[in-house]
Write a protein that binds this ligand. Structure first.
Ligand code: AMP
Ligand code: ZN
Ligand code: FE
Ligand code: FE
Length: 300
């Protein structure tokens, strides 16, 4: 894998919003995306993405396949989206360019990953008590070899006819955070997430901190300041779930805290609709992140 280098000129950058599409957040079926890593790479390439980060939830399982599938001229930034919890709410921390063999970080990922399995089992029990005829086998069929998550529970609810669409599966009737079938699982404290990712030679970027709307996912400036003090490298500002006023606010917060700003699609294949490359990070911000990583990762 080769990362780094820029062919764009300042003049070109001024003419276009972005010159090279750099998408730093995408999922494959190593977690809850619908396409294998090689297909995510192919679809990203077709969408004009020249730098792609594969960021499956709590796993690096897709890295090798993605790297092997890179077409000429496309670069991969290996990453993941670590499940965190803060104030009883889930928070997502993107980690990039860390050493996947780092003992402390990989132990934490294993802990989070096994909590996913426990949570899925407990949720299936709860769903059955609520009258939905789902089984763990069915949920596993949807998850395949990937990290098991609520989207796969939603698939199962849909398959048994307990709901008519995934929106309903994620409603308070079923899987929403305050929903009837919601089960709390272990997830990492975000300060610890930043420290673990940094200790493993990587860089940490808080994912979609103002994704309000249906997910009710929003974290305030104070938390981001605390994370910055702990070594956070950037804020995912341009995200499909972010409204313009929140982007403006986050951009100025990033400037004040001297953090990088990223833009990404958070594509989940058919689950989100193919939106690879719908947002982009600037080359300058990419270089900032690459410059802060302390391990030299060559996986292709
Ligand atoms: P989990 O990490 O297993 O709790 O599942 C979280 C994932 O579920 C997120 O990363 C999204 O991909 C998906 N998700 C969360 N809320 C919704 C929603 N309201 N509608 C559709 N997908 C959702
Ligand atoms: Zn997801
Ligand atoms: Fe996320
Ligand atoms: Fe994501």
């Amino acid at each position: 894998m080769s990362v780094g280098g820029s062919a764009t000129t300042l003049a070109a950058r001024k003419r276009y919003k972005w010159v090279v599409t750099i998408d730093l957040h995408a999922h494959s079926n190593a977690s809850d995306g619908t396409h294998p890593p090689a297909e995510v790479v192919a679809r990203a390439s077709a969408a004009g993405v020249r730098v792609l980060a594969l960021t499956d939830h709590d796993t690096v399982a897709g890295w090798e396949e993605a790297a092997a599938a890179l077409p000429e001229g496309m670069r991969l930034v290996p990453g993941m989206e670590l499940s965190c919890q803060y104030g009883g709410r889930s928070l997502h921390m993107l980690g990039y360019l860390f050493d996947p063999a780092d003992t402390a970080l990989s132990a934490e990922m294993t802990r989070v990953s096994s909590a996913r399995v426990d949570r899925a089992e407990a949720t299936v029990e709860r769903l059955r008590e609520l009258g939905a005829a789902v089984t763990m086998d069915l949920v596993r069929e949807f998850a395949g070899d990937g990290e098991i998550g609520r989207p796969h529970l939603a698939d199962a609810l849909l398959a048994v006819g307990a709901v008519t669409d995934r929106e309903e599966a994620f409603s308070a009737r079923w899987l929403a955070p305050a929903g009837r079938a919601h089960v709390v699982r272990y997830a990492t404290h975000p300060v610890r997430a930043v420290q673990l990712i940094n200790s493993a030679g990587g860089v940490a970027v808080i994912a979609h901190p103002r994704a309000l709307g249906k997910r009710g996912y929003a974290f305030d400036d104070e938390l981001i300041e605390e994370l910055a003090a702990a070594g956070l490298a950037g804020i995912e500002v341009d995200h499909p779930d972010h409204a313009e006023p929140d982007r403006v606010r986050l951009r100025s917060l990033a400037r004040a805290l001297d953090l990088a700003v990223t833009g990404s699609s958070d594509d989940h294949g058919d689950r989100t609709g193919n939106r690879l490359g719908c947002e982009s990070t600037t080359e300058e911000n990419l270089q900032r992140l690459l410059g802060q990583a302390t391990v030299d990762l060559r996986i292709a």
